[in-house]
Design a protein around this ligand. Structure first.
Ligand code: NCD
Length: 316
């Protein structure tokens, strides 16, 4: 039962609970009338202290499609945070007006703090370089829908797959959340492709080791391309760099272009949480293996499933 629960990191939900959300999202996708109006009278608050397009708008679209309403702010300058109000006070106040809070904040740990201050569920829409659990649900649903056979569970779909992560693995919160989540499914291999300075944080590699997950860290994606089943591209996270020169030096380390895909498998799927800057050439968009815009659409369905579950809608 997810009713009343907060989601700060993917580990907050069991694999069975996540599977339930994937199935629900698929039902929503297949039957557009299903759950319509199920959240009528409910209010979703989106508190975005950092820029966003997909996450905020897909949450709002999800709530509107469920018949509920949305309020909130898209940048902190227009809230009382600009006057010096603490996050705890903002969250306590918004909890008086809404049934569910979705928050993005540049500080790691902000979502956990908010979930402790609010007496309504809080969903983390990204806390600094830490976690982004609803992007992970989106990514997993995309893999399940595009690689899974029939009614197969995600655990079975993932067996034996090789998943490559490429780009800014140090600051990319989507990578941290997805790698941790995938590690819970066991028998798969991960390849982490990044410049030395943007390697995965040690707390995650340590976790992979503890869980016995096979992984490699490499510097070039050409070498990994032929073995990958999923390639997760990411943007270099400019806003988390301490100086602009480092960003400029590293930002174009990897640019996925059609020629780089010549040695890739035919059934590879290319994911990206988006926004893309320069790391995937637009020519790749026409390749049937490019799945990032389909991924963005799955993001809305999984958020519909999540909102309705957390708000206690009966799905029978
Ligand atoms: C990601 C994020 O905010 O972490 N975007 C998203 O939510 N789809 C990825 C990014 O900004 O690079």
């Amino acid at each position: 039962m997810l009713e009343g629960r907060s989601l700060v990191e993917p580990g907050n939900f069991s694999l069975e609970e996540m599977e339930g959300l994937f199935n629900l999202a698929q039902r929503i996708e297949e039957d557009k009338g299903f759950l319509r109006q199920s959240c009528r009278g409910k209010v979703l608050a989106t508190l975005f202290f950092e820029p966003s397009t997909r996450t905020r708008l897909s949450f709002e679209a999800a709530m509107l499609r469920l018949g509920g309403s949305c309020l909130g702010f898209a940048e902190p300058g227009s809230s009382s945070a600009a006057k010096g109000e603490s996050l705890a006070d903002t969250v306590r106040t918004v909890a008086c007006y809404a049934d569910l809070i979705v928050m993005r904040n540049p500080k790691e740990g902000a979502a956990l703090l908010a979930s402790r201050c609010a007496d309504i569920p809080v969903i983390n829409a990204g806390d600094g370089g830490h976690h982004h659990p609803t992007q992970t649900l989106t990514d997993l649903l995309t893999i399940k829908r595009l690689r899974g056979k029939g009614e197969e569970k995600l655990r079975d779909t993932l067996q034996g797959l090789t998943v490559g992560f490429c780009g800014d693995l140090k600051f990319g919160r989507t990578v941290h959340s997805l790698a941790k989540a995938l590690a819970r499914y066991g028998n798969l291999t991960m390849i982490f492709i990044s410049p030395g300075e943007l390697r995965l944080p040690e707390y995650i590699t340590r976790l992979l080791e503890q869980q016995g997950i096979a992984y490699r860290e490499i510097g070039s994606f050409e070498e990994a391309m032929p073995v990958l089943d999923v390639l997760y591209m990411t943007r270099v996270q400019r806003e988390r760099f301490f100086n602009e020169e480092d960003y400029i030096r590293l930002k174009d380390t990897y640019v996925l272009s059609p020629d780089k895909l010549e040695k890739a498998k035919d059934d590879l799927i290319i994911l990206h949480p988006l926004p893309r800057v320069n790391e995937i050439a637009v020519e790749v968009d026409a390749d049937p293996r490019a799945a990032y815009f389909r991924q963005a659409k799955y993001g809305m369905y999984i958020r519909m499933a999540l909102i309705s579950s957390v708000l206690g809608v009966n799905h029978a």
